[in-house]
Design a protein. Structure first.
Ligand SMILES: [Zn+2]
Length: 443
C-alpha cells in the first residue's frame, strides 16, 4: 500500500511512455518488433493514429457545427484555450471558406474539413432564460465523476498509501465520500444528480488480462521516449495492461455512459491531489495547494493522434469553455475563502497554461475532461500526503468542528463537498439573475 503517483505523472498521456518501452524488450521480442517495423514501414512514416484502447473518431459528429463558427472565433478558441503552442497548425490548411484538418504534417491525408460561418451569418444564440435564484440548479442535470476506482483496485491504480499502522489512504474512497455529500447539496439547490460510477467496481467490463494484446501492440510500436519504471519486460507488459485498464478503458467506459446515456449539463470530476514522495520515501510533505482544470492545452505529442485531434475539434466547436471557466472560478473563490490554501502553479509544466480567470484554474488536457462531452470541471482537492491535510483525512467524517490544518474546521469530506456545491450554486445563481453576464473568453 505504498503506491502514490504524483498528479503530474498521472497526467502523462499513455503515448509518452509507451514510446520508451521498446528499449526494455528482451532480444526475442525486439526481433519480433523489428519485423513489425519493417512490415509496417510505409505506415510508420506516419505517426500513431489512435491512443490506446480508443475508438475511431466519428467525424460525422462534427457535422452539426458546419457553418456555425467564424474563422475569427475558431482561431481565437484555438489560440487561447486548446493550442497555445501552435502544435495543431502544421496539420491545418486554411482556405477561403474553411479549414481542413490533416492526419499528417505533410498534409497528404485529410481527416475533416470545417466550413466557417461568414461574419454576418453567425446563427443567433438561443433566447436567454432567467432562472430561479432560489433554486439555481433547478432543471440542471449534474454528473458526478468520483476519480479512480478504489476498493480492490486501489493498489493497482496506484492511488493508495499507508503510513505505519495508520488507516490506508485510498483516493477512490475519499472521492466517493465527497461525492455522496455533494450529491445531497446539489439536489438541495434543485439539481438532478447522476453518476459515472457510484461504487468501487470498474465501469469497464474489460480487465487488465484482456488488455495484454493491446499492451504488447503498443509496446512493439515503441520508439524514443521518457522514463519508465525499472521493470522486467514481462512486468512492464503487465504494468502497461493495468494502465490501459484503469486509465484508458475505465475512463472511456465512463465517457460512453456520459455521452450516450446521461448527457448532463455539467460533469464534476472530483479528486484529491498527491505530491511526489520526498526523496522517493513514503513520508508526509508540505504541499497544501489547490487547482482546478478546464479542458485545453494540448501538447505536440498528443496532437499526433487522430483521436486527440478529433476531441480537440469536438470540444472547441462545443464551446463549453466559458461555462467551465465560470464554474471553476466560482468554486476557486469558495476554496480561497473557505480554506485559503494557495493556488498550484503549472506555468513551467509544458502541459498546462493559465486561464487568466482565476489563479486556481488552469487549462489542461486530461483523459476525463477530453473524453466527456459537455462542460467538465476537474477539481483537485487537498493533497492527501500533505502534513496538515493527512491528519484531517485520517480524522474521518467527524461531527462539528475540530482544529485541523491551522484552524477549526468541519470534516474534510463535508467541507470539500460544501465548497464545491456553493461554487456551482453561486455561478448558476448569478446566471439566473443576470444571464447576459456570461463570460466571453475569446475577448
Ligand atoms: Zn485523482
Amino acid at each position: 500500500m505504498t503506491h502514490l503517483k504524483p498528479s503530474a505523472e498521472l497526467a502523462w498521456e499513455f503515448s509518452r511512455f509507451i514510446m520508451a518501452l521498446f528499449m526494455r524488450l528482451p532480444p526475442s521480442l525486439r526481433i519480433l518488433s523489428a519485423l513489425g517495423f519493417s512490415a509496417l514501414s510505409p505506415v510508420l512514416a506516419e505517426p500513431f493514429l489512435f491512443s490506446p484502447v480508443s475508438e475511431a473518431p466519428e467525424w460525422r459528429l462534427l457535422d452539426e457545427s458546419q457553418g456555425k463558427i467564424t474563422r475569427e472565433e475558431f482561431e481565437s478558441r484555438l489560440t487561447t484555450v486548446f493550442d497555445p503552442g501552435g502544435a495543431l497548425r502544421p496539420y491545418l490548411l486554411w482556405d477561403d471558406g474553411g479549414v481542413t484538418l490533416f492526419r499528417d504534417t505533410a498534409r497528404n491525408h485529410p481527416l475533416y474539413r470545417l466550413t466557417f460561418a461568414s461574419a454576418g451569418d453567425v446563427p443567433s444564440l438561443p433566447p436567454l432564460v432567467l432562472g430561479d435564484p432560489a433554486r439555481p440548479l433547478a432543471g440542471k442535470v449534474i454528473c458526478l465523476d468520483p476519480g479512480h476506482i478504489g476498493g480492490d483496485w486501489a493498489d493497482l491504480e496506484e492511488r493508495s498509501f499507508r503510513i505505519g499502522t495508520d488507516r490506508p489512504v485510498v483516493e477512490g474512497e475519499l472521492n466517493l465520500r465527497v461525492c455522496r455529500i455533494l450529491e445531497r447539496k446539489l439536489e438541495e439547490a434543485g439539481a438532478t444528480v447522476v453518476w459515472t460510477h457510484a461504487g468501487q467496481e470498474p465501469t469497464t467490463p474489460l480487465r487488465p488480462g484482456d488488455l495484454y494484446p493491446e499492451a504488447i501492440t503498443y509496446l512493439l510500436q515503441g520508439a524514443a521516449g521518457t522514463r519508465l519504471p525499472r521493470l522486467s519486460a514481462n512486468r512492464l507488459i503487465r504494468w502497461n495492461a493495468e494502465l490501459l485498464f484503469y486509465r484508458s478503458a475505465e475512463i472511456q467506459a465512463r465517457a460512453r455512459r456520459v455521452n450516450e446515456e446521461l448527457r448532463p449539463d455539467l460533469t464534476l470530476c472530483i479528486h484529491f491531489n498527491a505530491a511526489p514522495w520526498p526523496g522517493g520515501r513514503v513520508r508526509l510533505t508540505s504541499a497544501n495547494r489547490l487547482v482546478l482544470f478546464v479542458h485545453g492545452s494540448y501538447t505536440r505529442e498528443e496532437l499526433a493522434y487522430d483521436d486527440q485531434k478529433f476531441r480537440l475539434l469536438r470540444k472547441l466547436l462545443e464551446g463549453a469553455t466559458p461555462l467551465e471557466l465560470g464554474i471553476s472560478a466560482a468554486i476557486a473563490d469558495r476554496f480561497r475563502e473557505g480554506w485559503g490554501f494557495p493556488p498550484e502553479n503549472y506555468a513551467d509544466s509544458g502541459y498546462s497554461h493559465a486561464t487568466g480567470q482565476s489563479p486556481y484554474v488552469w487549462y489542461r488536457n486530461l483523459i476525463a475532461n477530453r473524453m466527456f462531452d459537455g462542460p467538465v470541471v476537474f477539481v483537485e482537492g487537498p493533497y492527501m500526503n500533505d502534513r496538515d491535510v493527512y491528519p484531517w483525512i485520517q480524522a474521518g467524517e467527524y461531527e462539528g468542528a475540530r482544529r485541523m490544518a491551522g484552524r477549526l474546521r468541519g470534516n474534510v469530506y463535508r467541507e470539500y463537498a460544501e465548497l464545491v456545491a456553493q461554487g456551482v450554486t453561486d455561478f448558476f445563481r448569478r446566471q439566473a439573475e443576470s444571464p447576459s453576464g456570461f463570460t466571453n473568453y475569446s475577448r
